[in-house]
Design a binder for this molecule. Structure first.
Ligand code: HEM
Length: 150
C-alpha cells in the first residue's frame, strides 16, 4: 500500500499537481515564518495598506484605466489576503489565480513596473522601512511571469 501511494504521489508531481493547494494564487511559496507579515502590521496593517494602494492605483494616469470595471472592495480584500499569505500570515487567498486574473488584460512590463511604483508610494506613506518593503517586493516579483503577457 505504501509503495502504491508513493507511486501515485510521484506521478501527481510528474503531471504538475501541487502537493499543497496554492494558497497564494500563484507559483509563489509562502514564507515559512510570519516576521514579514507582522512587520506589515498583520491583517489590519495589510488591509489599510491595500485600501490606500488601490485608491492610488485607480487614479494613476499610467494604469488607472485597467481598473475601470473592477469591484474595488473585492480587489482590496483579495490583495490583502494574498499579501498576508505570501508574507507568512495565517490567511488563505481565495481569489482567482494570477494567470487567470490577468491573462486577457495585455499587461506589459511598464504596466507592471508602474504598479510596483504605486505600491512603493503606499508603503512609504505608511512608514514601512525600505528593507521591509523590499522583502515584500521580493515575494511578489516572481508573479510577473504569470501577469505580464505582452
Ligand atoms: C505583483 C503584481 C500584482 C499582483 C500581486 C496582483 C494581484 C491581483 C489580485 C490578488 C487580484 C484579484 C483577483 C480576484 O479578484 O480574484 C488582481 C486583480 C486585478 N489586477 Fe492584478 N496584480 C498585480 C499586477 C497587476 C498589474 C500590473 C495590472 C495592470 C496594470 C493589474 C490589474 C488587475 C486588474 C484590472 C484586476 C481586477 C480584475 C477584475 O476586475 O476582475 N494587476 N490582481
Amino acid at each position: 500500500v505504501k509503495k502504491f501511494l508513493s507511486a501515485v504521489a510521484l506521478s501527481l508531481v510528474a503531471i504538475g499537481v501541487p502537493a499543497q493547494p496554492a494558497v497564494t494564487g500563484s507559483s509563489v511559496v509562502p514564507l515559512s515564518d510570519d516576521s514579514l507579515y507582522r512587520a506589515f502590521g498583520g491583517e489590519p496593517g495589510l488591509r489599510a495598506l491595500m485600501d490606500d494602494f488601490v485608491n492610488r492605483l485607480v487614479i494613476d494616469p499610467r494604469i488607472g484605466s485597467f481598473f475601470k470595471n473592477t469591484n474595488l472592495n473585492r480587489l482590496k480584500e483579495q490583495l490583502a489576503a494574498q499579501l498576508c499569505a505570501v508574507s507568512g500570515g495565517p490567511c488563505k487567498y481565495s481569489g482567482v489565480d494570477m494567470k487567470t486574473a490577468h491573462g486577457a488584460m495585455g499587461v506589459d512590463k511598464s504596466n507592471f513596473n508602474a504598479l510596483v511604483e504605486v505600491l512603493q508610494q503606499s508603503m512609504d506613506a505608511k512608514g514601512i522601512p525600505f528593507s521591509t518593503q523590499n522583502r515584500m517586493l521580493a515575494q511578489l516579483a516572481p508573479m510577473h511571469r504569470e501577469i505580464i503577457t505582452k
